[in-house]
Structure formats: structure tokens, C-alpha cells
Write a protein that binds this ligand. Structure first.
Ligand code: ACO
Length: 403
């Protein structure tokens, strides 16, 4: 192993790697990603297997605790999630303070941070009982907050979590039930929601996870660290891309549906336009999550009898881009965000909830990384260096002598 600290003190060098293109910030045993081959595994298990056989709750356990749970561990974990699904009644009043046009990501981040005011006790990572409850609180309450923020935005009464429902069915019920007409749970919809959340559950040191780790490295609490991660995820170059993809596909549709015009625009460096849902820092191959999501989109739309013109546009856009030398040379392929919005639309989610869905899925990854970092007794506060390019020592000029 390389002794980085002694190397640094011997050489005195500071490396510069803007945007961390080639710099590892940590070692981690959570997720393996081979961007050249398009491989993604959680704790060694391929996402294809987890997507087919697991549930979001089980995969969350796997990521956070490092192994698949036994029957009794899974049952205890599920019970904790059920027990901690309600938010404090006072928190419901917070929703009244937001305009109905507020983006649900703004509400989500603020509400997750607010959780730390209700559960202010410092988390002792060695106190497993307290840690487990804190983890369950976060995983379960974010789901309730997400559904409540949607209900608030459309002016409908909040639907409380139901103890007899599974994690995903419960969420769908909170989102789509109305007092006059309870939501009918469709197992195929529950399955596809599980799949989407599993496929978003972790992706090693991406922008939001690195944010959670950096904030957490100062020993900030779990809620505060994850609230920061939610803000990082919101950007259109990261999780916010799933909303932008559908906005882009709608723009192509209202422009007449000529995809080649938009591919041409994306190649024009003066246009400031990129194909949203295309390209990735690490994948130089088809994103394995996009493969599964594309297949799932075809299947669930067929089952629901939905013919979404945006799916057709997305497929034509992909075909055209993948034949274009610009995209081929740069190895730009569809990423996780390209087809996910098509499924969320089919399930009834409004476009501005798509990134919230990403956040819900990414929660176990953020928690797992926060925990892994805190479990490491040698961990230090994250503190990148810089190369200063400003003025050398300059004297202060009094105000009346300045130009
Ligand atoms: N459309 C057009 N050109 C692109 C695209 C795109 N979507 N993505 C990258 N390129 C081009 C760049 O202009 C650059 O070209 P150049 O070599 O001629 O300068 C080259 O491909 C390399 O791109 P970079 O921006 O240097 O790659 P980086 O690793 O920094 O960015 C990113 C990756 C942010 C994902 C980028 O591909 C992008 O903006 N994609 C669209 C937004 C998106 O889908 N984000 C979601 C990513 S997945 C996730 O976070 C969940």
C-alpha cells in the first residue's frame, strides 16, 4: 500500500486534478463499477441479479450493512422502517410555508435537514441500536416527505403511511390515493418501482455521494450530510438530468419530432445544448442501468397499454446519436436518466418529482458511504488543496485613493 501521508511530506507536492477526473478520494467496499465494460455490482452482486430478484428494502440492507440479510434481519429492518414512517405532526406545518410552485427537491432537502432538529442526539456509530433507528428514520421518513410534498403541490390532503403495505406499495399509496378513491396496488407497478430504486441505490463516488462524504467528514450528522447530498443531486448534470430529459423530449416533439436536428445542435459547441441523459464520467460503454430501465420501460408501458410518443422519440434519438461519429468517438451512451422518466410518467409521477425519485433511490448509498466513512477510525476531515493563481502581496488602498 502507498503511504500517501509520508509521500506528501517528503515531496511537498500538491496534485491538481480539476473535477477529480482521475483522483480517488477514498477506498470503499460498497460498489464496484467498471466503466469500460459497463459492469455495476453492489457488495459484489451484479445489479442485474438484484433488479430481478431483490427488493429495494433488501438491497438497502445489503448496501448499508454489507451483506444480504437473513430472514430475521430483514424482518427486523422492515419493522423498523414501518415503525418510523411518520413525520412529526409539527413538520406537516412546514409544507404550508412553501409556495405551491416550489420545486419538491428544495422542499426535500430542507425537510431532511429539519429532521436533525427533531432527532438532535449525536449518532454514536458504535451504538448499533441507535444507528439502526436513525437509518430507518431517514429511509422511511424521506418517502413520507416526498409523497407529502407532492400532495401539497396539487392541493390534496396528505395520505398517511399504511403499516400493512410494503415500502414501495406504501409510497405509491401515499402518492396516489385520494379519500374518494383508494389507489389500487398493481404488483407489476410495485415491481418496476423496486427495480428503479434498486438501480439508483448506489454509484460509488459520484457528485452527491462525494458531497455526503465530504460534509460527513466534518462529523456533521447523517441528516445534514444527506440534505447536502440532495442539493448536489438536484443539478441538471447529475440527478436533475432525468427531469431535463423529458423536458428535452417534449421540446423535440413540439418542434415536429426531427431528432437529427437536436443531435446536430448537441454537437455544436456554441449552442450550449447537450443531449440530456447522454454521456457519463465513468461509463465509456452503455450504462448497465439504462439497459435494464429501457427494457422495463417497454414492458410496463405495454402492460399499462400506454403509447407514449416520448418513448418513440427517445428511441429514435438514441439510434441517431449512436450512429454519429461525434458520439461514437467520445463514447457517449444513454445513462441511467435517459429512460427512467418515461417509466415515471407512465406511473403517474409529474416531471418535477423525477429527481426526488432519484434521491429516494440513492438514500441507501448515501447512508452506506456515510457509515463506511464513520466506521473507519483513521478517517480525517476532507480538505482539498488548491493552486493559488491570484495577486502576490498587495497593500491596502484607502477608498478615496482608488480609481
Ligand atoms: N451531449 C453532447 N456532448 C457531450 C455530452 C452530451 N450529453 N456529454 C459529453 N459531451 C462531450 C463534451 O462536450 C466533451 O466534448 P469535447 O471533448 O469535444 O470537449 C466530451 O463529450 C467529454 O465530455 P465532458 O463534459 O468532458 O465529460 P464529463 O465527464 O465532464 O461530464 C456528464 C459527464 C456531466 C455526465 C456529461 O456527459 C453531460 O453533461 N451529460 C448530460 C447530462 C446528464 O445526462 N447527466 C447525468 C449523468 S448520470 C448521473 O449523474 C446520474
Amino acid at each position: 500500500a502507498i503511504d500517501v501521508a509520508s509521500l506528501r511530506s517528503k515531496t511537498g507536492y500538491v496534485c491538481i486534478d480539476p473535477a477529480f477526473v482521475n483522483t480517488a478520494s477514498t477506498t470503499s467496499s460498497i460498489t464496484f463499477l467498471d466503466g469500460e465494460k459497463g459492469i455495476l455490482r453492489y457488495r459484489g452482486i451484479p445489479i442485474e441479479q438484484l433488479g430481478e430478484k431483490s427488493t429495494f428494502v433488501e438491497t438497502s440492507y445489503l448496501l448499508i450493512y454489507g451483506k444480504l440479510p437473513s430472514k430475521s434481519e430483514l424482518s427486523r429492518f422492515s419493522t423498523l422502517l414501518t415503525r418510523h414512517s411518520l413525520i412529526h405532526e409539527d413538520m406537516k406545518r412546514f409544507f404550508d410555508g412553501y409556495p405551491s410552485t416550489a420545486h419538491p427537491m428544495a422542499i426535500l432537502s430542507a425537510m431532511v435537514l429539519s429532521l436533525s432538529s427533531y432527532y438532535p442526539e449525536a449518532i454514536d456509530v458504535k451504538n448499533t441500536e441507535h444507528l439502526d433507528i436513525t437509518i430507518a428514520r431517514l429511509l422511511s421518513k424521506v418517502r413520507t416527505i416526498a409523497a407529502f410534498s407532492y400532495k401539497k403541490s396539487i392541493g390534496q390532503p396528505f395520505v398517511y403511511p399504511h403499516n400493512s403495505l410494503s415500502y414501495c406499495a406504501n409510497f405509491l399509496n401515499m402518492m396516489f390515493s385520494v379519500p374518494a378513491e383508494p389507489y389500487e396496488i398493481d404488483e407489476d407497478i410495485v415491481k418496476v418501482l423496486n427495480l428503479l430504486l434498486i438501480l439508483h441505490a448506489d454509484h460509488e463516488q459520484n457528485c452527491s455521494t462525494s458531497t455526503v462524504r465530504l460534509v460527513g467528514s466534518s462529523k456533521a450528522n447523517l441528516f445534514a450530510s444527506v440534505a447536502a447530498g440532495i442539493c448536489a443531486l438536484w443539478g441538471p448534470l447529475h440527478g436533475g438530468a432525468n427531469q431535463e430529459v423529458v423536458t428535452m423530449l417534449e421540446a423535440i416533439r413540439s418542434d415536429g419530432g426531427d431528432v437529427s436536428k437536436f443531435v446536430k445542435l448537441a454537437k455544436d459547441k456554441t449552442s450550449n445544448f447537450r443531449l440530456m441523459g447522454f454521456g457519463h464520467r465513468v461509463y465509456k460503454n452503455y450504462d448497465p442501468r439504462a439497459v435494464l430501465i429501457k427494457a422495463a420501460a417497454d414492458k410496463i408501458l405495454a402492460k399499462l397499454g400506454i403509447k407514449d410518443p416520448l418513448l418513440d422519440i427517445a428511441q429514435r434519438l438514441e439510434e441517431t446519436a449512436l450512429k454519429d461519429p461525434y458520439f461514437v468517438e467520445r463514447k457517449l451512451y444513454p445513462n441511467v436518466d435517459f429512460y427512467s422518466g418515461i417509466i415515471y410518467r407512465a406511473l403517474g409521477f409529474p416531471t418535477n418529482m423525477f429527481t426526488v425519485m432519484f434521491a429516494l433511490g440513492r438514500l441507501p448509498g448515501w447512508i452506506a458511504h456515510w457509515k463506511e466513512m464513520n466506521d473507519d477510525p483513521t478517517g480525517k476531515i476532507g480538505r482539498p488543496r488548491q493552486i493559488y493563481t491570484g495577486e502576490n502581496a498587495v497593500d491596502y488602498t484607502p477608498l478615496d485613493e482608488r480609481e
